[in-house]
Design a protein around this ligand. Structure first.
Ligand code: DQA
Length: 143
């Protein structure tokens, strides 16, 4: 596992300001920098992308097949609604780990179901920014 895409969905560009009691105080840039540093320590090249639109996220997943060995994906609100993102994950031939900062099972009922989780190799929820770290570790453990 040499190359990993970290893909962030809608509203995650607002991390740090957005409901910090739920999502933490770190900005998206701070989280990405931590992940890139952790990747370097493990000899893994990490690239991070954030998009608010469903189509842009589908494009990012499709493009990942050109260079990435795996994807750590926080689909954010689309986790609970998006058949298009689910289909994109099914269509690509690289492993995807779903991650969430918050524990989606301890929140509102509409967040308890993810359409994405069943087509991922696994899913990690509730560990704040460290959910992404565990996602990276899970992908590395596959190779
Ligand atoms: C989230 C959980 C989702 O329910 C929510 O819509 C988000 C963030 C998380 O990381 O905890 O935007 O994916």
């Amino acid at each position: 596992m040499k190359n990993i895409l970290i893909l962030h969905g809608p509203n995650l560009n607002l991390l740090g300001k957005r409901e910090p009691e739920i999502y933490g105080e770190h900005t998206l840039d701070e989280i990405n920098q931590k992940l890139i540093t952790i990747g370097k320590d493990k000899g893994v090249d990490i690239r991070a992308v954030q998009a608010n639109g469903e189509g842009a996220l589908v494009d990012a997943l499709q493009r990942a097949t050109l260079w990435a060995d795996g994807v750590v994906f926080n689909p954010a609100g689309y986790s609970h609604t998006s058949i298009a993102l689910r289909d994109a994950i099914t269509a690509i031939q690289i492993p995807v780990v779903e991650v969430h900062l918050s524990n989606i099972y301890s929140r509102e009922a509409f967040r308890n179901k993810s359409l994405i989780a069943p087509v991922c190799i696994g899913s990690i929820s509730g560990f704040g920014w460290r959910s992404y770290v565990f996602g990276i570790q899970a992908l590395i453990s596959l190779s």
